[in-house]
Design a protein around this ligand. Sequence first.
Ligand SMILES: Cc1cc2nc3c(=O)[nH]c(=O)nc-3n(C[C@H](O)[C@H](O)[C@H](O)COP(=O)(O)OP(=O)(O)OC[C@H]3O[C@@H](n4cnc5c(N)ncnc54)[C@H](O)[C@@H]3O)c2cc1C
Length: 470
Amino acid sequence: MGRECLAETYPLSFPCKLCPNGCRPTLKIPNMPHLSYSGAVQLKRELRETNAQVITPDDENYAESITRFSESSEREAGAIVRVTSTSEVSKVINFATKRYIPVVVQGGGFSTSGSSSTYGGIVISLSKMSKVVVDPASRTLAAQAGATWADVDNVAASSGLAVVGCTVNHTSVGGTALGGGYGWLTGRHGLIIDNLLSIKMVLADGRIVNASTTENTDLFWAARGAGQSFGAATELVFKAHRQPNLVFGGYLYYTTDKLPKIVEFANRFEQLSTGNEGLFFGFNAPINMEATMIFVRPFYNGPRLEAEKFFQPILSLGPIVNETSMMPYPQINTVMNRAAEFGGRKRFSGTNITLPLQVEFMEELYRDFDKIIKTYRRVNETVVVFELIPYTEIIKVPSDATAFANRGKYYNVGSIFCWYTPELDKKMGSLQNDMMHKIGERAGASLGEKLGDGVGLYANYAGISPTSVD
Ligand SMILES: Cc1cc2nc3c(=O)[nH]c(=O)nc-3n(C[C@H](O)[C@H](O)[C@H](O)COP(=O)(O)OP(=O)(O)OC[C@H]3O[C@@H](n4cnc5c(N)ncnc54)[C@H](O)[C@@H]3O)c2cc1C
């Protein structure tokens, strides 16, 4: 990409992967020791004048504080520090780096790769940094990085505004935004990072810096797409957009015989879409239904009549469940929250598709999915989602304008494989890999015009799990 090496300016504990210089890490970290008991006592002492709460293994809320979306990504940390300010984050990072103790940041805890957990190190938990303020006059919204998208959606809505945010509202603002961020409003306003105006970060040497298009511009470039690698974000400022109207959404379930018609409709999505629509569909086997179902999550940002006209080809197919309605924008981001419940073992992975999809191929995938559900115990929460969010706004931003590497004329596929016993870790990992590879190879963008400069995989969906095959 011909950019200057970021490791020359920002202290990194790993080589900067964003440049071709083959740079060396600038922080020298030998075999990292774990936080000892006396280290934890020292950490508590160092933070005693602050509002930060240090939780160690002997505290009664320790078990709850290392809980994650997936049990397979939980680790026994040396200490969890629930910080309340940027300066506390800086203190913790200084404490850890001086002693070569591993430190990770936890936002919502949704990573299934274990990247917000640590064996024996320090977790900086942002759960208490969740303030959100909106300025209707300038149409901007500032959020602390530990806020959830529910916090953001509700505050923005109180002023008739909305911010591009996650389609599941439990995830944290920092964790989602730093990797790029797709939401229902992306078709109209671009990615979450395309609406990011500035960011406050604590670097590995404890320095607190702001980054924007006028300040620390190289860091701002990196923060938009690869931000988790460059420091702990503590505050983010976003553009907010007018959102006075209700939106159409909800969920629909269909029996498998409707799959060809749903695929047919999806194949026309690109021609029909004006940027105000979204269409998620895929496979899922809800516990109360006997077979693997086809689910559809429609989205329309406009009047009900227009929405029903747009989705008429699938609304008229006779869904066995139709829970669609007009709703305030914050509510649309609660529709899929069941997929975001903590508990059990999970692995997130993704790939991409281009349109048109072949009906026969989609039927084959349905059979593959159904076989997994029928073969293994308690895997029915598993879900594969084809996410048709218009990419027109995404590809208006040049690929080298930010570190985000997934701009192309294709759509994300996300999958969460769910199970309950460690014995299934490897099996579920390889089944998921096989399915994502198959989709990518047979229905994804290969090198060429559609892929553009995109890599074909959204980094926030590349959640590999060290406990499974990778
Ligand atoms: C059910 C589900 C639905 C999803 N839907 C969407 C969607 O609609 N759109 C979308 O774009 N993505 C979506 N994602 C992906 C999601 O954005 C990522 O999993 C995201 O990284 C979660 O962030 P978190 O803070 O909640 O998780 P965490 O596990 O706490 O963090 C994830 C990673 O980000 C790092 N991190 C978190 N906060 C910070 C910070 N402030 N500073 C530096 N590093 C930080 C952590 O260290 C970790 O490496 C979904 C994920 C799930 C599980």
